[in-house]
Structure formats: structure tokens, C-alpha cells
Design a protein around this ligand. Structure first.
Ligand SMILES: Cc1ncc(COP(=O)(O)O)c(C=O)c1O
Length: 361
């Protein structure tokens, strides 16, 4: 994406936006034409040239290496600290399995985490200490048994931003940061964080089942779920020499089309994206507030906007959907959530407010 591209040019990359107000990148972002063309080109190559041979493998490995550079570049991490995963959930599972926690250990998390983080925490066998997502309460929950703080940088419920670097510094406890709602939405720095997950399909607008795990010190985490990519060499009994860096955690063979699609998607992110997304999210809050909606307004916030409608949330989502406005409800919370991206237009936000007001009149 050339730096000088205008909002209209950048937005025009997404055909779906011609039809709907797409306010759900927190689940899956919209796709650009270039992303899908890149995916199709890879599949065409596979179709006509096959998926075998030295040239194919070399291209594939080069693409993986390039993606490590690109994803690392997004968060200021060196490529050798990047494992290519299929999701945030997979990244959390790699970390929790590798830490070898047991019943005597504790992990501290919050009430507002996604199951993609909570599930792996629970499966670790450590005692999971759950506190409200307040930095002081998180720090206060740390004991001599705490082996990990595991929290989202941006909560998927309210859009609140947690001070993850400060928590790490203040407590001295290793931190696993769920970056599903932060990477691609707000500026994120991996420096100082022990583990950071990236979801490709959300704010980066990449293909499904793409993502990464940033590991600050790969040599200090056990490879608990080895794949063929994990080893540099191995013995007949399976004992292996791990690959250098975080490559050792690569869990699977990501389709070439997905890698090429993610590369194209990231290349399509404009340099002014963060600033515009933040401004549009604020604008969304202003419009919803002015329309009398009961907004959740965290002090430090990302690009998710949540509110508590006075009707049943599923009904609100369905009605908006029928009017071409895509938002989601957060089951069990009474909240409806709009994901506001750099591609969101004023018209999208006005459609959202009009859709809400039409239902309550
Ligand atoms: C905070 C958070 N963590 C994890 C996930 C799961 O992401 P993935 O599908 O990449 O595992 C989500 C998805 O909505 C999320 O919002």
C-alpha cells in the first residue's frame, strides 16, 4: 500500500464494504481483493504445477521465512522470535504446554478473557486465579507460586487496553499476552513481553487459520508439541535437536495460499491505519452516546466499542444484520460490540446508529 493512498482508495480494496457496514473485525476482518488474488494464485500454482519437488519446498520455506520477518516487523520483534501458528489459541497452547506447570503453580488471569486463552490455562493443571481486569488487582493476585500472568492486551469484551508492559515490569512475573484484539488494531511492541500471540484473520484482515507466536527467549520454553518443523535433526527414537529460535514451535504446515494471503493482507495496511481506526472508534462512541446508548467506556481503549442495549442482544445483532450492519453480541455479558477499523467510514457508523434507533422507536 503506497503511503499516499487516500482513505477512499484503501477502502475500495474491500469489495464487501460496498454492501455492508462491516463492524466485526474482532471476529474476522474483511478481505481485500489483493489478498484473495494472492491466495488464488498459490492454489493455481499448486493445481497446475503440483506440490512437490525441490523448487516447491524452497519457495515454501522462503515464504515462511519472509512471513516471520513481516510479522516480527509488525510488533518490533526479530524474525527468529516468531513461530508461525494458525491462531492465538494455538499460540497459547504452545506456551502453556511448554511451561510444564503443575498443581503447585498458579497463573493469574482476568474475568474478561477469551476461551482461546482460558482453555489452555485450565488445561495446564496450574491453579487459575481469576480477577477483574484491573491492573492493580492483577498485580495484587501474584504470589510466590505465580508462574505466569496471562491476559489480553485489548479485552474482547469492553475494548479496554491493559498495561501489559507495566504489569510485567512491576511484578517480575513472565507474561503471556493475548494479542488477538490488539495486533493490527493498535500499535503493539513485543519488547519486554515474554510471549505474545497474533491472530492473522482479525485486524490484519488475513486468511483464516493464520497467526503467530512471539517468544522472547525460545530456548527457555520446552517444545512440548513438536512438528516436523521443530527439529534440525533427530535420532531413531525421536530425540531431536531443535531448530534455532522460535521456528522450533511451528506447529504445522500452513497452506502456501494462506501465507501468501497474509503477506498481501499486511502489505495492504495503510501507514495511517492505527490513527484513523482510533479516531473512528472515538467517533463511533460519540455517535452511540449521542443516540442514548449505554456505552462501556474504558479509560484506555482500543478499537472495540461495546454497549448495553435495552433489548435482548441477539435480537439487536440480528436486526442490524438484516439492515447490512455486522456487529456481534457477547453472550452472557449483555453487551453488543462493534469493531471499528481504519476502513470504517462515517456512513458505516451512521448506518449502525440508524439501525439501532429504528428498532427502539
Ligand atoms: C481476546 C481473544 N483471544 C483469543 C481469540 C481467539 O482467536 P483465534 O481464533 O486466533 O484463536 C479471540 C477471538 O475472538 C479473542 O477475541
Amino acid at each position: 500500500m503506497p503511503d499516499e493512498s487516500t482513505f477512499e482508495e484503501a477502502r475500495a480494496q474491500f469489495p464487501v464494504l460496498e454492501r455492508v457496514a462491516y463492524l466485526n473485525a474482532g471476529s474476522s476482518g474483511p478481505l481485500t481483493r489483493a489478498t484473495v488474488e494472492a491466495m488464488n494464485a498459490e492454489e493455481d500454482r499448486n493445481l497446475y504445477e503440483g506440490r512437490m519437488g525441490r523448487e516447491y519446498i524452497e519457495r515454501y520455506l522462503a515464504l515462511r521465512a519472509e512471513l516471520r520477518e513481516i510479522l516480527g516487523g509488525l510488533v518490533g520483534a526479530e524474525a527468529q522470535r516468531i513461530a508461525l501458528t494458525a491462531s492465538t489459541t494455538e499460540g497459547c497452547n504452545i506456551v502453556l504446554a511448554g511451561l510444564d506447570l503443575d498443581e503447585g503453580d498458579e497463573v493469574v488471569t482476568t474475568t474478561d478473557e477469551h476461551f482461546g486463552l482460558l482453555g489452555p490455562l485450565h488445561a495446564s493443571r496450574a491453579r487459575v486465579v481469576v480477577v477483574p481486569p484491573d491492573p492493580e488487582l492483577i498485580a495484587a493476585a501474584v504470589t510466590a507460586r505465580t508462574r505466569l500472568i496471562a491476559v489480553s492486551q485489548v479485552l474482547w469484551t469492553t475494548g479496554a487496553v491493559l498495561p501489559v508492559h507495566e504489569l510485567r515490569d512491576q511484578t517480575g512475573v513472565p507474561i503471556l499476552v493475548d494479542g488477538a484484539q490488539s495486533v493490527g488494531a493498535i500499535p503493539v511492541a513485543a519488547a519486554g513481553l515474554d510471549f505474545l500471540t497474533i491472530s492473522g484473520q482479525k485486524w490484519l484482515c488475513g486468511p483464516e487459520a493464520t497467526g503467530a507466536l512471539v517468544v522472547a527467549e525460545p530456548e527457555r520454553l520446552r517444545v512440548a508439541r513438536p512438528s516436523y518443523f521443530s527439529q534440525e535433526s533427530y535420532d531413531p527414537d525421536g530425540a531431536f535437536v531443535p531448530q534455532p529460535g522460535a521456528r522450533r514451535f511451528d506447529p504445522n504446515w500452513v497452506p502456501t495460499s494462506s501465507l501468501a494471503g497474509l503477506r498481501a493482507a499486511i502489505a495492504g495496511q495503510p501507514p495511517w491505519g492505527f490513527e484513523r481506526a482510533q479516531a473512528q472508534a472515538e467517533h463511533c462512541r460519540e455517535l452511540l452516546g449521542a443516540a442514548g446508548q449505554d456505552l462501556v467506556t474504558p479509560t484506555v481503549r482500543g478499537t472495540l466499542v461495546s454497549w448495553r442495549p435495552d433489548e435482548e442482544t441477539a435480537a439487536v445483532v440480528e436486526r442490524l444484520g438484516s439492515e447490512g450492519v455486522l456487529v456481534r453480541d457477547l453472550p452472557g455479558t449483555g453487551l453488543v460490540r462493534a469493531s471499528v477499523g481504519w476502513w470504517t467510514s462515517r456512513d458505516d457508523l451512521e448506518r449502525l446508529v440508524a439501525g439501532l434507533t429504528s428498532g427502539s422507536s
